[in-house]
Design a protein around this ligand. Structure first.
Ligand SMILES: Cc1ncc(COP(=O)(O)O)c(C=O)c1O
Length: 384
């Protein structure tokens, strides 16, 4: 292959990681458990009110930090829900969580700065760090420790170049939710080492064990935390591509400047949808969260009875991350067998980091009935 015109950073490195939208459907009876996109529709009220706003003319560029009304609604949300006083200047409306993470890394990192990333973890993090000139430093979380943070390992990963730590709870892919005690220890860790915490707070409606509390609300943390929120999962708005960043104002100002050179503003119609989503959140959040809780619990109860599976009880999110090591297969080999013999697609755990090599990620973005069919098929697998 001739990569003549490509940047040497990317030549030969185009890996297709699509898990939604344009993935092939190999079998008529395929059950796709690989997608991180909820199967249920966006709450109707959001679509209707955004549509009405679009007809009323909200189809133009917006203020570059987002519509003032939406920024105010975000401040109010933080006050009502977490009793946090966020000022307007500390809010930036982004093009979903993904672009938000890109902007945050660009704003924070100097060449060679190290960023602590728990693995298994959401797979774009390392590349987001590298694209900003940073160096990802992985800290493993393992099945034997229920994927909880091992603070000894974390301490050993710190160097004088460490600048930031990415925190994601409820977690994709492991389903772990950090307890308040763990968050307190993380806050203490960040303060002691003078680090920025980058909180990827994207599954906050899906903490099934406790009321979600942002790490930014812990004492001494706001001034060193950049929080990324997305409307994708909590509001079932993945295709709207809208999210927000909450951070100290001097960081937001730089993020705004970078974003003006990338996309200028988040899409106006999506911002209107986000505004209406926040206005109606209390009406639908519980129902959505209950759907996923039921699915995750169902999937866990089925999986734990399959003899070759090992996994902790997930605390939140949409995902389960079982180990298939006892079959003698890697996650990738197991995923292939599942596809070939059961017509089920899952993601090999190695995609999320080295500690996921013998795992698969199962996404509960299909109904309980579909999950039941999938596990019925899975139970018939045999391993010689
Ligand atoms: C942990 C985590 N962070 C960020 C994202 C990005 O979501 P979006 O760009 O749709 O806001 C996802 C999506 O799956 C995710 O799982």
């Amino acid at each position: 292959m001739n990569y003549k015109f490509l940047s040497s950073k990317y030549a030969g490195k185009a890996i297709d990681r699509s898990t939604s939208g344009d993935v092939p459907v190999e079998y008529d009876d395929l059950i796709n458990l690989s997608i991180g996109d909820p199967d249920i529709p966006t709450p109707r009220v959001i679509v209707e009110e955004a549509f009405r706003d679009a007809l009323a003319g909200h189809t133009k560029y917006t203020a570059s930090r987002g519509y003032p009304q939406l920024r105010q609604a975000i401040c109010k949300f933080y006050k009502d829900r977490y009793n946090m006083e966020i000022t307007d200047g500390q809010v930036f409306v982004s093009t979903a969580g993904s672009v938000a993470m890109f902007l945050v890394m660009q704003a924070l990192l100097d060449e060679g700065d190290q960023v602590l990333i728990f693995e298994p973890g959401f797979f774009p993090y390392p590349d987001q760090v590298k694209m900003a000139g940073g160096v990802p430093v992985f800290v493993s979380t393992v099945l034997e420790e229920n994927f909880q943070i091992n603070f000894d390992r974390l301490e050993k990963a710190v160097t004088e170049k460490t600048k930031a730590i990415i925190i994601n709870t409820p977690n994709n892919p492991t389903g772990v939710c950090y307890t308040p005690q763990t968050l307190e220890k993380l806050a203490d860790f960040a303060i002691r080492h003078d680090l920025v915490a980058v909180a990827d707070d994207i599954y906050t409606s899906f903490d099934y064990t406790q009321k979600f509390t942002p790490i930014a609300s812990y004492p001494g943390m706001f001034e060193r935390t950049v929080t990324i929120n997305s409307f994708s999962k909590n509001f079932i708005m993945t295709g709207f591509r809208v999210g927000n960043i909450v951070a100290p104002e001097y960081i937001i100002n730089v993020i705004k400047m970078i974003n003006e050179n990338v996309v200028y503003t988040a899409p106006s119609i999506s911002q209107r949808a986000a505004l209406h989503g926040l206005e109606h959140f209390d009406e639908f959040e519980g129902e959505i969260s209950a759907i996923f809780k039921e699915r995750v619990e169902y999937a866990y109860n089925r999986l734990k009875n399959i003899p070759y599976i090992d996994m902790p009880r997930p605390g939140g999110g949409f995902y389960l991350f079982p180990s298939v090591k006892r079959t003698g297969l890697t996650g990738a080999q197991f995923a292939k067998k599942l596809m070939d013999e059961c017509h089920i697609r899952v993601i090999p755990g190695g995609a999320f980091g080295e500690s996921g090599l013998y795992h698969i990620r199962i996404s509960c973005t299909v109904s309980v009935e579909k999950l039941a069919q999938a596990f019925d098929r899975m139970e018939k697998l045999s391993f010689e």
